[in-house]
Design a protein around this ligand. Sequence first.
Ligand SMILES: CC(C)(COP(=O)(O)OP(=O)(O)OC[C@H]1O[C@@H](n2cnc3c(N)ncnc32)[C@H](O)[C@@H]1OP(=O)(O)O)[C@@H](O)C(=O)NCCC(=O)NCCS
Length: 233
Amino acid sequence: MSEAHLVDGEALQFRNLKYADLGPVTALNLRAFQDSDTWQWRFRGVSPSGLVAITKHFGRKAYFDPHVKCKVAYTSSRPYLGFLAYEQFPHTSSQLSYYQKLMNWVNSLYERFLYWWYDAGAVKRRMQYNEVQYGTALYKTGLFNHPGGFLHVHLVAVDPEIQKRGIGKALLNIVHNDADMHRLPSFLVASTIGFGMYEHLGYRTAVTTELRDDETGEIVKISSCMIRDAKKE
Ligand SMILES: CC(C)(COP(=O)(O)OP(=O)(O)OC[C@H]1O[C@@H](n2cnc3c(N)ncnc32)[C@H](O)[C@@H]1OP(=O)(O)O)[C@@H](O)C(=O)NCCC(=O)NCCS
């Protein structure tokens, strides 16, 4: 058995996100992302509401949809050290109950309402962002044709006070163990901050996208769509 990962002498542990965690986890994500280029572009104009909305979106989805998983890293004296959200594609919605499908639909409406409420311009930028990322990148990678689907990592955040001590890697290991067990590739869109770590952990760049400001046309963010192939036994 592998030894427990220690943080200040305490074992690092993981648990699924609970509803009561949404507030503290959102605060953790705000702290973690505030200096990143993801923050500066994606959340410009809506910050901090945009990140709050996204975190809550995954939190709620995880509650209703078994394809979505949110993990919290903690130790006995520090309840919120890191967070990660990932989901499995394709969403074989037939596996969901009508109640779960209904709640997902209500959730997506609420999500759109939030973007509209906080900043209509942000809705446009977010749509453009999705279009670039999913339209260009995901299809180009061919992942949608992968038998069995793939795992999409959405948010990885470690408390800035405790970064560079293996917590991000330990969170990603949860995804990678899942991916290897089911022989699925893992996919994520890396910002410049996460890129080095993902490469180090075995991801390769499939597509790089330059995102431009819809008003000025200037490049405001470079994102790398990265894939990690499942390890063969
Ligand atoms: C990105 C982030 C999650 C990393 O978490 P972390 O706990 O500091 O990372 P770890 O200490 O677990 O590092 C994991 C491994 O990647 C390596 N690594 C980390 N950053 C690296 C870099 N820029 N280049 C190369 N390797 C890197 C580490 O050396 C470590 O390898 P090792 O275990 O073999 O020594 C954290 O910095 C963060 O929350 N950033 C703000 C939010 C964000 O931008 N998230 C990513 C969005 S794409």
